[in-house]
Write a protein of this length. Structure first.
Length: 199
């Protein structure tokens, strides 16, 4: 795969990711939910940008996370360019491009959203608001895809969570997260094709 095609894939993922986030951010109040199917909903949340809503504690935790991710994306970008130059497997190049695009998509939220949007608590956010909710590098990542496939009470004999009401799948995510997960999935499932043995 050429670098131009990899760039096109990255661009496509970023456009879909950002358009979906901007739409949700400007049409949903934080916590709003639209039921598409019982097992698939659009549910608007925001988070610091780590998996499962985890956050780094402290005054500079968010800044550290954002800067770390920028350095990581630079490294992934180098890996992509080097893999194309060395004519590595298309499986590997597509996977790296998807991971790069996903990481970059969430970085855009973290770097810019705090200065281009106002808050979503109790009202619709405004793009390019004169009163933004945050500062550079302190934006919140927009998530919206929610798949509560199963809800119920676990039997009492079930270890640790027996008798508790649970739901699967609890994560709420976005297009960028899907791209990262797909890229990682390609590397895991097609490992032998992505990393062919050299003689």
């Amino acid at each position: 795969m050429s670098l131009r095609k990899a760039y096109f894939l990255i661009f496509l993922v970023l456009i879909v990711d950002q358009l979906s986030k901007i739409y949700v951010k400007t049409n949903f109040v934080l916590g709003d939910e639209v039921v598409i199917f019982d097992w698939f909903r659009i549910h608007f949340i925001e988070n610091e940008g780590m998996a499962w809503g985890t956050k780094i504690p402290g005054e500079y935790g968010k800044l550290f996370l954002t800067v770390f991710r920028i350095f990581a994306v630079v490294g992934i970008g180098y890996w992509l360019a080097d893999s194309v130059k060395k004519r590595y497997s298309n499986y590997l190049i597509v996977a790296i491009a998807l991971i790069f695009a996903g990481a970059a998509g969430n970085i855009i939220d973290s770097v810019f959203y705090g200065i281009v949007f106002d808050g979503s608590h109790g009202n619709l956010a405004t793009l390019f608001s004169p009163e933004p909710y945050g500062t550079w590098f302190h934006g919140l990542v927009v998530d919206m895809f929610y798949f509560p496939i199963w809800r119920g009470t676990l039997p009492s004999w079930f270890p640790y969570w027996g008798g508790e009401e649970v739901s699967f799948f609890n994560a709420i995510f976005n297009v960028a997260d899907v791209a990262i997960s797909t890229g990682v999935g390609i590397l895991l499932v097609f490992n032998k094709r992505a990393f062919p043995k050299t003689a």
